[in-house]
Write a protein of this length. Structure first.
Length: 399
């Protein structure tokens, strides 16, 4: 048989397969599409002006406030919310808790997309985007810089998650030999990824150790790296509950029959883990508060803002999680997940933006363009997530 003909036939098959997978599926006039498409198009237009005229043309950043919402939310907060990937892979592959195996693929996918898009957001935030390689190669910053370590942790963990998710891609492309080979690398990739993620979460916190005079004393501590790691655990678990609740409704027809029955047990187990971790986090916060004698700091507006975060969005959701798990109340558990996520978002924004240079009269406020670009990043990530899960066997079967 002519090998050229075989090669042409195989190429045509692959091209046809890819073309069919790229075709849109489902209804176009959905509420999400109607809202997200105009925002994404507007965001693309803003990014054009950002790269042509410079970052100062569309943002309110300056020499005093170099970290805006693109870093505070898109990167620092986003990385914490993506913590579910390393938590679930540790639970399944290291602790051998098979009950959570059905959510490994979708959790890793969420983490992978989050890191890819947050790396993109970081590029947007750099005044000179082509200098993004400097921290990785040690140029200007040096090899002893925390930023050098964070950059490498970020890059390697992103590649590790891509390796963890690669068996799904191989299965989708019907490459059975590649799938078996890649699946054999999963355990090693998971262990390496867990190590990198813990280092990365703590490394982000370590960046702010050098900003002691600029961060309000209620949010600054020498233990910021530890607090970032602990909070990323319950942030990741809460995000899985939140996303899982939405996915369970939107992608219900993609779930295997047994997964519907396991859904309640899975999120109750996640809620239990979140409750324990939130209590540990709150306990650490209380120890720091007492040890550093912060009592006089909670008598003004900043103190009330701090109490809202620590009590209203940490302690209360912690008790709600515990109550919901004990009484098997999924409604309260889902509300607790939302409150916990709001608490993480508020904490990260307090450290990076809100309580940063709190003494200034002229404070930084994000421009409307910055907010639109942030929404563009989030909506684009959701679009790609939806495309992948409706074509690849992320939930166990394809549509």
């Amino acid at each position: 048989m002519n090998t050229t003909a075989i090669g042409t036939s195989e190429f045509n098959r692959v091209a046809s397969f890819i073309w069919q997978e790229l075709k849109p599926r489902g209804k176009w006039l959905t509420p999400f599409n109607v809202i997200s498409i105009p925002i994404i198009l507007l965001g693309i237009g803003i990014l054009y002006f950002r790269f042509v005229y410079g970052i100062g043309f569309v943002t309110n950043l300056n020499q005093y406030y170099p970290l805006g919402i693109w870093i505070g939310f898109d990167v620092v907060t986003g990385v914490a919310l993506a913590g579910g990937a390393y938590v679930i892979t540790f639970v399944v592959y290291v602790m051998r808790m098979e009950k959570y195996h059905s959510i490994v693929r979708v959790t890793v996918l969420n983490g992978l997309l989050a890191y890819i898009f947050y790396a993109g957001a970081l590029t947007l935030d750099l005044g000179r985007p082509w200098h993004i390689v400097n921290p990785i190669i040690g140029n200007s910053f040096g090899y002893n810089s925390v930023l050098f370590l964070v950059s490498w942790h970020f890059l390697l963990y992103m590649l590790t998650m891509a390796l963890e998710f690669s068996p799904v891609v191989a299965e989708w492309a019907q490459l059975e030999k590649a799938r078996k080979f890649l699946s054999g690398l999963t355990l090693g990739a998971v262990i390496f990824g867990i190590t990198l993620s813990i280092l990365h979460q703590s490394g982000l916190g370590a960046l702010f150790l050098m900003a002691k005079p600029k961060i309000h004393p209620l949010w600054y501590s020498e233990f910021i790296p530890v607090m970032f790691v602990v909070s990323s655990i319950y942030a990741g678990l809460s995000m899985i509950i939140f996303e899982g609740t939405i996915s369970h409704k939107v992608f219900r027809d993609l779930l295997a029959g047994q997964d519907h029955h396991r859904y309640e047990e899975i999120i109750l187990g996640l809620g239990k883990g979140a409750a324990i971790t939130m209590f540990v986090y709150y306990f650490f916060q209380a120890l720091l508060f007492i040890h550093e004698e912060r009592w006089e700091l909670i008598t003004d507006a900043w103190g009330y803002w701090y109490l809202l975060e620590v009590i209203g969005l940490v302690l209360i959701p912690c008790f709600m999680y515990a109550y919901a798990v004990r009484n098997r109340n999924l409604g309260i558990l889902k509300v607790a997940a939302v409150l916990a996520l709001l608490g993480i978002i508020l904490n990260r924004l307090n450290v990076t933006v809100i309580a940063y240079r709190w003494y200034d009269v002229d404070k930084y406020y994000p421009s409307w363009q910055e907010i639109v670009v942030t929404l563009t990043v989030v909506f684009t990530e959701i679009w790609i997530f939806r495309w992948i899960v409706t074509r690849m066997p992320v939930f166990g079967k394809r549509r």
